[in-house]
Design a protein around this ligand. Structure first.
Ligand SMILES: Nc1ncnc2c1ncn2[C@@H]1O[C@H](COP(=O)(O)OP(=O)(O)O)[C@@H](O)[C@H]1O
Ligand SMILES: O=P(O)(O)OC[C@H](O)CO
Length: 498
């Protein structure tokens, strides 16, 4: 039993990574899936495609490393959070595509609930403000708009799950007794869980008209839940589940209160461990569960969620065709000295933290005839850095902790121009660890700890090491001028939709 595996079911792709005891990658299987945009603001995934990709990448990772299932001590799961599925437990058939976290179709509902109940009512109970982002209203949309689901849900036949729950259910037998469960971190993103009692909130379920019978059982993030039955990893204990951003926090070994990380993927998410206390945010952050290891108390985090980060680079590639690969954005941006006065606010799904403005929409501001595609590429990268500074400021105010250095990870952190600008615009040291696949690593840690492959948090912390550090090289005056331009652009994007 020399290895631990992790399945990372992300927004753009599904990966399976096999790690050794030092937390090093032994093998990777990866496959992208289709992004479906049926209407403006709607984003869906095909669950069947994801299910098949999962089995394929698991088999690939194992076969590439020439390992048998006996070599794998445990498997963990991490996933894009909030993305919502409802399927039939007798047939395994989904009633509708997975509604992705970025989808804004429930915008009107959010406005209605804001008027009738108020965002604070939800925030006090769940740690989350009213927004299109979370699962609860997405479940309600499926119940109200897809024929027959409500009836089946009342009978306990139509069941809900985020991608963790859907994956676990299939891996542990599906229609033949698949486990219907989730972990505390994923449950904390549904807006249906009481953040203090860690149980489904029946008053919220009543207000949203969601039957309790369709919800999964809430479990710790690190625990042996059962054994995998699918051939690709038959017999391996399934022993860890974490939402992907919480997994990155665990992978970055941020186990002490005050320790924080920022993950740059499709979106960008900064989480700070706040220990066993659920700190309520006054400055636009979420209160969320960080992790729970079996037999230990729940640990909480403050989170600043940014919906669009790497997704903007993809938009440049897929919608405008200015670049061929995501990596080309750096070369294009390096061809110019600065943004030429252009600012890009990527409010494609409204704006998340710290603004929570569902009706914001994207814009490029400050254009003149001087601006060329190099400046736009720079504005695209800078948008992620500016949004991160907004979140960092909120984090410092909410936690009363001055953040002097920030641990980063995720696909975008290979972009060194972005990392330098990030440090410049925040005047904070940016630290990239040797391992930037921290999401999968966190899920592997959760699973490995549950079966005793790693014995304690010190074992995990010992695996962490620095690859590169960036320090600010920007003058105070220029930093202030640049950030002021960003704030003006943000003002203009707010409440664009009526
Ligand atoms: N060199 C690069 N510069 C900027 N962005 C990049 C670069 N390489 C990849 N990305 C972006 O990073 C994202 C992929 O990161 P990843 O951590 O795999 O995301 P996710 O887990 O959300 O699928 C994509 O949105 C892609 O556009
Ligand atoms: O798939 P990622 O890495 O973009 O993460 C998505 C988040 O979990 C959404 O909350």
């Amino acid at each position: 039993m020399n290895y631990v595996a992790a399945i990372d079911q992300g927004t753009t792709s599904t990966r399976c990574i096999i790690f050794n005891k030092k937390g090093e990658i032994v093998s990777v299987g990866q496959k992208e899936h289709e992004q479906i945009f049926p209407k403006a603001g709607w984003v869906e995934h095909n669950p069947e495609e994801i299910r098949q990709n999962t089995l394929e990448v698991v088999a690939n990772a194992r076969i590439k490393a020439n390992l048998s299932t006996q070599d794998i001590a445990a498997c963990g799961i991490t996933n894009q959070r909030e993305t919502t599925m409802v399927w039939n437990r007798k047939t395994g058939k989904p009633y509708y595509n997975a509604i992705v976290w970025q989808d804004t179709r429930v915008g009107k509902k959010v406005d209605e609930l804001e008027k009738s109940i108020g965002s604070d009512w939800f925030k006090e109970r769940t740690g989350l403000p009213l927004a299109t982002y979370f699962s609860g209203l997405k479940i309600q949309w499926i119940l109200d708009n897809v024929k027959g689901v409500r009836e089946d849900a009342e009978k306990g036949e139509a069941i809900f799950g985020n991608m963790d729950t859907y994956t676990v259910w299939h891996l542990t037998g599906g229609v033949d007794g698949g486990l219907h469960l989730t972990d505390v971190t994923n449950a904390s993103r549904t807006q249906l869980m009481d953040i203090k009692t860690i149980s489904w909130d029946e008053e919220i379920l009543e207000k949203l008209n969601i039957p309790l019978a369709m919800l999964p059982e809430i479990m710790p993030s690190s625990k042996v839940y059962g054994k995998i039955k699918s051939e690709a990893m038959r017999g391996v204990p399934l022993a860890g589940i974490l939402g992907d951003q919480q997994a990155a926090l665990v992978g970055q070994t941020c186990y002490k209160p005050g320790e924080a990380k920022n993950t740059y993927g499709t979106g960008c998410f900064m989480l700070m461990n706040t220990g066993t206390e659920a700190v309520a945010s006054k400055y636009g952050l979420l209160t969320t569960v960080a992790y729970q290891f079996e037999g230990q108390p729940v640990h909480y985090a403050l989170e600043g969620s940014i919906a669009i980060a790497g997704a903007l680079v993809q938009w440049l590639r897929d919608n405008l065709g200015i670049i061929k690969n995501s990596a080309d954005v750096q070369k294009l941006a390096e061809g110019v000295n600065d943004n030429g006065g252009a600012y890009f606010v990527p409010a494609f799904s409204g704006l998340y933290a710290p603004y929570w403005n569902n009706n914001a929409r994207g814009l490029i501001a400050g254009l003149t005839r001087f601006v060329n595609k190099g400046h736009i590429a720079r504005a695209v990268l800078e948008a992620t850095a500016y949004q991160t500074r907004d979140v960092l400021e909120a984090m410092q105010k909410d936690s009363d902790i001055e953040i002097k250095s920030l641990r980063v990870d995720g696909g975008m952190t290979v972009n060194e121009l972005l990392m330098q600008f990030q440090s410049d615009i925040m005047d904070v040291e940016v630290i990239r660890p040797k391992m930037i696949e921290t999401t999968a690593l966190g899920a592997a840690y959760a699973a490995g700890m549950a079966v005793g492959y790693w014995k304690n948090f010190d074992d995990l912390t010992a695996n962490w090491g620095i690859d590169k550090t960036w320090k600010s090289e920007m003058s105070e005056e220029l930093r202030a001028k640049n950030f002021n331009g960003w704030k003006k652009a943000i003002e203009r994007s707010l409440d664009w939709e009526d």
